[in-house]
Design a protein around this ligand. Structure first.
Ligand code: P6P
Length: 365
């Protein structure tokens, strides 16, 4: 009966993760984390859908400014709290960092009771709870971006057995666990709240897409082993900044617009100003998405830890490339939780054209 039901309903995210863990027992705790992510994304999807109703308590601004200097919307705060709670009460997290939190949170010492923490693998989780939230009022797609790193086991804080200096030293060492390069990611995922609710993930062995079946209340495997087209005809950047971009990028994009790029393709422009939606379309249709360096923002706008690195991992695992123009995004170790980096990612042949332009420019400088 199970197979018949499953054939009818498809492979759920829960079944996908349990089969992954069956084949890779060392990923057992990740399965628990993805159970929390599954639930959190469904809850956030519901909050976003209802946020525009006059009766909704999530409409409007919180009246606070976050560490990014952005006016916090009520939905930013609510989704951040929701995700924080869902993840920390799995008992599998050592530290978490969020776009909406000034500093990383050490969870091992801050939980109300030790009972929640069994002696299990701990992870570091970084996330942007509602990327593009300023678009919600306009009905433009938004998303949640999540990265998961292994936690350094040597990081242990026994507050009953350390002096104030030792404790703060240990805590600093634990919090430093959030500052890992994308190469250390063990998993990454995004949820997209759009025409459907999607959850796309990688565990380092390909990129898999799930679509929420609202009748069942389950994410169903809808895009197994996603592969981004190697060459494309879609430019996805804020072209109002074109004349502030680095010259190699300006030159490459101008060639594409004249049909003089390596592919010979003629290009269209598609940009919704919401990273998760733009990256999802890029994964499926191909393209080059970017928030490059420009004279106004030399480090671009997107944050490395919880936007650039997880999205680069997902795109690379689907056969794409992700660069700053000068180096692979996944190689950069953050100096600071909210560090920004230039991001150009997507179809590998087109992104390679940008990389080559930067290399030629530095060679002739
Ligand atoms: P701009 C949304 O605010 C966001 O952080 C990303 O989701 C998006 O890609 C980018 O900023 C859009 O920025 O300056 O083009 O509006």
């Amino acid at each position: 009966v199970f197979d018949e039901v499953c054939d009818v309903t498809g492979i759920t995210l829960k079944r996908f993760m349990s089969e992954v863990v069956l084949l890779n027992p060392e990923l057992g705790e990740l399965g628990t984390l993805f159970g929390a992510i599954d639930t959190a994304c469904k809850a956030i999807s519901n909050l976003v859908k209802r946020s525009q109703l006059p009766s909704s308590e999530t409409l409007g601004y919180q009246g606070e400014v976050n560490i990014q200097g952005e006016d916090q919307k009520k939905l930013d705060v609510i989704t951040n709290d929701l995700l924080k709670r869902a993840l920390r009460f799995t008992g599998r997290l050592g530290v978490l960092a969020s776009e909406e939190e000034d500093e990383p949170l050490d969870l091992i010492s801050s939980l109300p009771n030790e009972a929640i923490f069994s002696d299990t693998e701990k992870y570091v989780c970084v996330f942007d709870p509602l990327d593009g939230s300023s678009n919600v009022d306009a009905g433009i797609p938004t998303g949640t971006i999540i990265g998961i790193y292994e936690h350094d086991e040597t990081c242990a804080i026994d507050f009953d057995d350390c002096t104030d200096d030792e404790c703060s030293e240990q805590e600093a060492q634990c919090l430093a666990n959030t500052l890992q390069a994308g190469n250390n990611l063990v998993a990454a995922a995004y949820c997209l709240y759009s025409s459907s609710t999607f959850l796309v993930l990688t565990l380092g062995a390909g990129t898999y897409g799930f679509t929420l079946d609202e009748n069942l209340g389950e994410f169903i495997l809808s895009h197994p082993a996603m592969k981004i087209p190697e060459t494309s005809s879609i430019i996805s950047m804020n072209e109002a900044n074109t004349f502030m971009w680095d010259q190699p990028l300006q030159d490459t994009v101008m060639k594409w617009k004249r049909g003089e790029g390596k592919s010979g393709n003629s290009f269209s422009s598609r940009y919704i100003g919401s990273m998760v939606g733009d990256v999802h379309r890029t994964l499926l249709y191909g393209g080059i998405f970017g928030y490059p360096s420009d004279t106004k923002n030399p480090n671009g706008k997107l944050r490395l830890l919880y936007e650039g690195a997880p999205m680069s991992f997902i795109v690379e695992q689907a056969g794409g490339l992700a660069t700053t123009g000068k180096q692979r995004v996944m190689e950069i170790t953050p100096d600071y939780v909210h560090q920004r980096v230039p991001i150009i990612l997507g179809s590998k042949n087109d992104v390679q054209e940008v990389i080559d332009a930067y290399e030629n420019a530095s060679a002739s400088a």
